[in-house]
Write a protein that binds this ligand. Structure first.
Ligand code: SF4
Length: 379
């Protein structure tokens, strides 16, 4: 029976003396998980950059001037090769990310459905992060063999408004609900270090913990401040904040897979070890997370050896979805989609947009090619 957590309960937990918090989290971790096992995921950007949204942390937003290389949707063969490479390097899950506001019932979505089927056939857990989805779209993804859908809450409902103006928090929750209705497992977490308070971090965890059952995966990202984005000047979070966030997440959602996500390149091996002690049970592998840097596989293997950790096998926590060919059937009518567009003004987002415009005017700017993807929020 999952406990009801109020925001104040979570703040109290987060602020406990660190050694007590760590002990409590490690105890909860051992109760529900094998503490030696770590689920390893690879994140692949299948469509990079040119996104119409204004997420303040994201170098893929078309309105900001960042140094990323824009790429159209990958081919099935490109995805298959990347999936085989990920599998050979020890990943049990491939998460495919597209920089879209929401899924559309078009030819590109059909191509993504084929990608899902192809990766499922390889025996990897397949996750997708494609922006907002309707129930019908989530169902087609599930029938094609999708195992998990990622859609991050990013922050508390209150602080979300300080970071994004082009879509609403309720849309995030509705998307998660649509994925759940389609029997997909949920992956949803957030980012710390965007200037939010401890209350906001607790508010986000309270919102995630109010989802029943709890999301099966919760990624905890540390902001990677990218030049040209509205959050470019944010200072990195300390390892102690990261350890507290991981430990608190572990206690609040004890059966969930807690994924140590963006920001690992700034953490020492000792810092990461503390996060594993605090209940992190998953990492993203590969030297790039969409567009931001990540430790390479060799250093992760060395760290696993030092700490005695082992990669978890695919489908340890659920069964492989059977593919139902009816995923190919186009819906007769597109569902009426009413995703919101709050459109309030966020000063730093406006500033970054203005700056990008003036750089383009000065340089006679042609959008640069993108070589990386954002912090690990979904598209
Ligand atoms: S986080 Fe996703 S939705 Fe937001 S700007 Fe980046 S790619 Fe677009």
């Amino acid at each position: 029976m999952e406990r009801n957590w109020s925001k104040n309960d979570i703040i109290e937990l987060y602020n406990k003396p660190l050694v007590e918090l760590l002990y409590e989290a490690a105890t909860a971790h051992r109760k529900y998980h094998d503490p030696r096992e770590v689920q390893v995921s690879t994140l692949l950007s299948i469509k990079t950059g040119g996104c119409p949204e204004d997420c303040g942390y994201c170098p893929q937003a078309a309105r900001y001037h960042t140094d990323i290389e824009k790429n159209d949707l990958l081919s099935i063969d490109e995805v298959k090769s990347a999936a085989i490479e990920a599998q050979n390097s020890g990943s049990s899950r491939l998460c495919m990310g597209a920089a879209w506001r929401n899924v559309k019932d078009d030819a590109e979505f059909d191509q993504v459905l084929e990608m899902v089927r192809t990766v499922n056939d390889l025996g990897l857990e397949v996750c997708a992060t494609l922006g907002m989805v309707t129930e019908n779209q989530a169902l087609r993804l599930a029938k094609a063999g999708l195992y998990a859908y990622n859609h991050n809450l990013d922050s508390s409902e209150e602080y979300y408004k300080e970071v994004i103006s082009t879509r609403g928090y309720q849309d995030r929750l509705d998307t998660l609900d649509n994925a759940r209705k389609a029997n997909l497992t949920l992956c949803s977490g957030g980012i710390i270090g965007m200037g939010e308070s401890v209350e906001d971090r607790a508010g986000m965890l309270a919102a995630l913990a109010a989802i029943r059952p709890h999301p099966e995966s919760v990624p905890v990202n540390a902001l990677v401040a990218v030049e040209g984005t509205p959050l470019e000047e944010q200072k990195s979070v300390s390892i102690w904040e990261m350890v507290r966030m991981v430990a608190t997440t572990r206690i609040v959602m004890p059966t969930t897979t807690v994924r140590l996500s963006a920001g690992r390149t700034d953490m020492s091996p000792e810092g990461q070890a503390l996060c594993f002690m605090a209940g992190a049970s998953s990492i993203f592998a590969g030297d790039k997370l969409l567009t931001t840097p990540n430790p390479d596989c060799k250093s992760d293997h060395e760290l696993f050896d030092i700490l005695g950790l082992i990669p978890q096998k695919a489908y340890k926590k659920g069964s492989k979805p059977a593919v139902d060919e009816s995923y190919k059937d186009k819906p007769d009518l597109e569902e009426k989609i009413k995703w919101s567009r709050p459109g309030h003004k966020i000063e730093r987002n406006e500033e970054a947009k203005k700056k990008a415009k003036s750089i383009r005017n000065e340089d006679g700017f042609e959008p640069r090619k993108i070589t990386s993807v954002s912090s690990i929020d979904d598209a």
